[in-house]
Design a protein. Structure first.
Lengths: 334, 334, 334, 334, 334, 334
């Protein structure tokens, strides 16, 4: 039976998932844009299902689906005490947003979470309860408990949460935001930092990973490609031609500044001279971090380097996949 | 305190509500397009609140809001046994859609609701339960009970319901549709006619109407304008110049065909002749149904009519507002 | 059997037809935007078919379809010697375009059709033939014959005709244009005036009109509504209150300038004085051409007029439909 | 020689001008959308020129152009001491915006213009000058003088003025705004009310109006149509059928509530009964303000009214054009 | 004289051609987006002409144009018996579509081409002829002949073919489709598989290739670049650092699994150690198929590999161009 | 204090700057799309300010900003005699446009700048002055002086310059254009070639570069990356496997055609044979210009090459940055 891999069915999480997996060599192809099943050529045994992000968390936790992509915010909100749910990659790099607390602009004296806790206590003393509109009920209950807000009422809000204070059915809101503009337009101001930083994540379940070797293998393939793709953004291959008397001579001069000599050192090969009159040339190849390109270039130039080409890699694998190793450790720990 | 009137905050119900009330002389003005409160110049005591359509049904039923616009489908789904909720206009003419039942195309033998009931029974006998994906749980439970489907399970679906059979978590779906294209694209076919025909409606509560004279008066104003606007689409004023010897002569000739003589008969006034040589002319004014314009024109022409102008009315009021009268009767009945 | 009425299936002729018939009270409703049949509520026996404009001309001429909307350019191009084809309205007011002749900008000495005829003769004398790219082959053959261009070759072009000289397979082009920009961008200039002025037209066939009373009646209905709608754009109803001693007094003063006294003279009715102290007032009603509104207003003001309201009519019928009368005459003549 | 009438060449003032003059029966037609001259069929002697709004003010003031449309803000900014410039209509109803003062959000203590004057004085005492970024230099100099801000420097800004404090080259800004969002996004807050409320206006010059009768006549035509169109939005014609024994009977009953009896009283005409058995009916016609429709309808119903049609006028003229009269007075006064 | 290379002038074939040739290093540049000639910097002797796809087939077959891009469907439809036309690349990878047969949904018993042949025979026996609407007349005639459909009539259709059965002028259709949605919306169902699978192709003529060395050379350049680009999508270069005692040691270990050792084996070069304490390292370079990246990575890791970079090539050439070789063979064969 | 780097705040210069610097590894990130400050991760000490292009020239020249991006046209127009302003890169490759002179189409005899000078003289003799509408006043004054146009008047035009002759306030125009379409639509024709070819450029000031080492270093970083990115578009790395008996053998054969042997000659490394039976193989690596790829491929094939991969570089640095060296020389010269 095919392994079920669920991805968000619309919105920015959908767009982000499609382009991210494409860039990882795991292109998701929908035969018909109005159907909700798809496939991945590189993973022929996997059936891709398009679901709402919240449903994906539920279904993976319940074992109906083996692997899924969702948002960290929804995992936090919906996981409850289902320990079986496992976040196997929490930094896919898209779908970023923050959960923040916002209060009416007119509450000039409320500037921190602490102020809010104090206010809730005062209201309670006066016989009132601070009402918080949010669709993140579980997250907010935990937040209030751990931040000393003891008297509050959660008002469920499935849309346009920022309107709640203006419409009169809540006092403050806890909502997802990017730039804060919508909050300001509704005359609210953010108090404190983000309660939760969210982005797209990959989830599975302990049971699926333990019982089904196909799941573990598919998870490994996905994690390998995702990790290699993300690493590749940070490193480049630099090649240069450098004059010298021998490989040793060139090698020693390059490693004289080890921090500019590549991850493990240069590979050096003689260049067959186009023009025999010129002295010996050697082609040097280095793998260096993206942000150190210019110092490396200057170092090579100082050694007489020329024709210095910088080439990005599409994927960059290390000796083992750290994310997959971590997943395996997590699995064994319990 | 201002009366609260809630309208849908987005989607086609929002657009429809904005343009419909505008055409009724009750233009809703939002001071800032990102805020959720608005006003109506012609109803200065009314505060307009923008809510999700489902919330509007709940809040009107619970008395938090006095009047609202929502969809009939949501009223049917959410009203439960809250008798206080009152649909005061059920034909605003926009937001039309139908709730239908759809089964996989491959179920060749299922062509009617009856076939479906039989199939559900067969499945039950074989130890299985027919799963129906829908977000109209209450409506569907009632439907199944009244149509002899005794063994079934409702699978809650808050989006992309049509994908449920293809994704494997339901057997059939009950969903809102317009052209059926999305259903066909997911290889489903509609069985039987519409379970529910829905459109935008105006709702209030018995309690609000009974206790607050301002609510009754606002409801009357809205219903008067809505009704007069909708009536005006069906009638036109026809004026024509007709030669004749006297008002009596012209009048008798026109009413000789009473079905073409306007609602209550023609108003006839003499035309002061621009050219004294010409015989006497009379201007005739008739109010006639839109669809009878051409026969009336032919009738007037046969009597020598010329310069026949057809003018639409913006509003057309009858001796009393029938919709408001019905609301008042509904209110007294219980 | 239903009468078949064909309208263009896409492009500006489609959009124009939909909105024009809507404004004439003959709204065309497509049950599904991807199907090619439609209906008109006011003409229940008519089936609307969506075809390509060229096919409509052919099918109406061949009797496969009773009535159609197409472009005059296509009628001219495709009618051939099919005398049965009848243009029953040639001025629907949309889909306007012109067929023009364009030559390379570098032909400085060619400024008129006459110059072109001379050039064609010169080329012929030099053993060459002037090649004209066009999709209006029949129209152009007639044009050349009647304008003294005796040596030419028509190059059929079903698209991007303006590219033909630049691409080298024609010398000049005859093409449909609106602003001439595309021609100029291809370094062509227009020579002479338009060969043909085209717009949307209504067509039928003598046979259909003669043999089928339903066709004649439907044609009459359509022409009546189209004509009344077009006339209504040119006239308005003016009402004013004027002080005076009697209807006669007011009447005589108004008709003292007959050109400002309405089509057939004013209708005058006494106003019941709101304030008995004020002298007698009369309400005057006039039907006047749209462009004479201001002089009429000034005339009425000079007579003491006030509260002068100008109201447009939606339809304006005269004693008989001139366009339908002409069609009937055309039919009898042969 | 043709009279020159300049309108804004792009932006919301362009769109507003095109649709406003169209609705006034003075449709502006551009033969080619990329050219900058146009015409008005109803004013054949007028040549329409498209200019930038600021140039229009300059050119009308300098007598290069006879009539123009621009914004009140630009007139205020650019008129200087050119008394010849005359605003002949200052309420065209579109292009509305406000000039406001905004300061950094962090200036908590600055809440009014008075606070700002105090701050400017303090800065001056400390050897600094408050810098105001604006493109309304003249308006702001006058504003500062009349509001006690004596030490300031105007920093000219022709775009993105709201960025000036953030970019460091001004302390505060005076800029045009609609919702204030852009200001808030740049962390500025509005202080005090609007300095200037602007909208589209019609301008001409004393010299042109005095010397050229054609200018005065064109101005009159434009003002008449603009005024009649604007008035028409406020009044409607109400007709109703009312049972009664005589015109007198009906008339007296209607004027018993003079505030609901129309501007000058009802026009009453007998309806020729379709059904002789029914008692006498009279058609009543009233001109009433738009906002009093419902009370008038209730009044007519109370008198037995039925078939009450409400029709909007397209134009509504009074005994003379007040705006034109005012322009003529302004002209004579100096 | 410049060689003429024709490409489609609009639609998806135009977009596809522009981006495909760009990706092949043969960017087509139009100096003016409204003109129909263009150039390719890398092929300075080539003049690019923009034509309709059908015209391109005709003109290449007739020798008016040397090389062209069109659709395989049009080549099949229009080539007739012109053997001179040569498809030199039939798999450019874009412009994909299928020609299918569709019948009314109500024809429940027709499920295959065989059923259709039977039905045609039955209709013929009953004195009727099955009408097939299509714009692929030649293709369909051949299809019918080879599939035993002996009684049929082709109805020419140049647009909206899917409407023909609903409009009544054909019984079935043969049309180009992508998802089948338009067919379903017109209540048709596809019968049998695709009659023809089409995509963009490159065409030329035997005569042009034989007579003009410039044509052969340009064709070779295009085919080389196209082929190298398409191959490059399937292979990647993998480099890794591997610890070992010598080149021989590393080489032997890598080729111990020849299927993971690259096309022809690894290139191995010593890494100059950044840190002399560490043992000898070697940089290995392999060219491997895209889909075998992960197994190769695992193999290298198993040998102690690290810093494994995967880099895609832009072009990948083999020892000779297979497509050009095939074209040359085709040319000689006749 | 942070170094200030100004970029255009909107239009095509903004878009071009954002994507160009992104492609150079200097991605500009705006935290809020409505604010006017941004940052560059790779240049942490640089504050990016968004200004109008004209303001950027002024502010860099005045020393308010250290480095900026603007258009060469604005630099030419606004630099005046401020020698401190330094164009440090004048070929960023985007924002290209030309300043041209255009006269009315009807001026048939004016075909060159010389004709224009003659005409200006004639007009002057006749007591008139040729009026030139432009927003490039300084450039045009210099142009007129150097081209013998001695009698002229510059009419300042800040928008829609091409309309000036048609509107009557200038005789000819000097304006920026791309395709000339707008000029032709206003019935103007271009005379002579471009007066000025402009594109995006990088500017700084002598003072900033001399006094602030941080400026010089940032300029160097930017120039290095820009230059390396631009160079990389012109070169590719070619690798191939070639059979041979030794490195020497392969090397000599490759350099036998030095023009196809790479910039400095091939790097040659032995391939460890996957299949020991096959003869010795060597991997050859060459850096060659993009446009010589095919000849190099053919050369390598002729030597038995296979598996020839072409890989583009992202950056290509030479022994030193020529643009930075030139800037340093410019700086010292004065």
């Amino acid at each position: 039976m095919a392994l079920r891999f669920a991805i968000p069915s619309k919105g920015s999480l959908y767009d982000g998932t499609m382009s991210f997996f494409d860039s990882c060599g795991l292109r998701i192809v929908r035969p018909n844009p109005r159907r909700y099943t798809a496939g991945i050529a590189a993973l022929p045994d996997v059936e891709v299902l398009l679901h709402r992000p919240a449903d994906i968390v539920e279904k993976v936790a319940d074992g109906e689906i083996e692997i899924g992509v969702s948002g960290l915010d929804l995992v936090e909100e919906l996981r409850g005490d289902r320990d079986d749910l496992l976040v196997i990659h929490d930094d896919l790099g898209y779908g970023k947003c923050e959960l923040v607390l916002a209060v009416p602009e007119t509450w000039i004296d409320v500037r921190s979470w602490r102020d809010l806790a104090d206010l809730a206590a005062e209201l309670h003393a006066a016989g009132r309860t601070m009402r918080i509109a949010t669709k993140y009920q579980a997250v907010m209950r935990r937040f209030c408990v751990t931040h000393g807000i003891t008297s509050f009422r959660i008002v469920d809000s499935q849309g346009a949460t920022e309107a709640a204070p203006g419409l009169g059915y809540a006092d403050i809101v806890a909502d997802i935001t990017e730039t804060g503009t919508t909050l300001r337009d509704n005359q609210l101001k953010i108090v404190g930092g983000p309660i939760l930083k969210s982005q797209a994540c990959l989830i599975s379940s302990r049971k699926a990973l333990r019982n089904d070797p196909q799941v573990a293998q598919t998870v490994q393939t996905i994690l390998e490609m995702v990790e290699a793709r993300r690493r590749a953004r940070g490193v480049v291959q630099v090649t240069a031609n450098i004059a010298g008397v021998s490989v040793e001579d060139v090698g020693q001069r390059i490693v004289s500044r080890p921090e500019l000599a590549g991850a493990q050192g240069p590979t050096i090969a003689p260049v067959w001279p186009r023009d025999a009159e010129r002295g010996a040339l050697f082609m040097v190849t280095l793998i260096v971090p993206q942000e150190r390109v210019l110092p490396v270039v200057q170092h090579l130039r100082a050694l007489g380097g020329d024709a210095i080409a910088v080439t990005p890699a599409q994927y960059f694998f290390t000796a083992q996949s750290e994310t997959f190793a971590r997943v395996m450790r997590d699995l064994e720990e319990r």
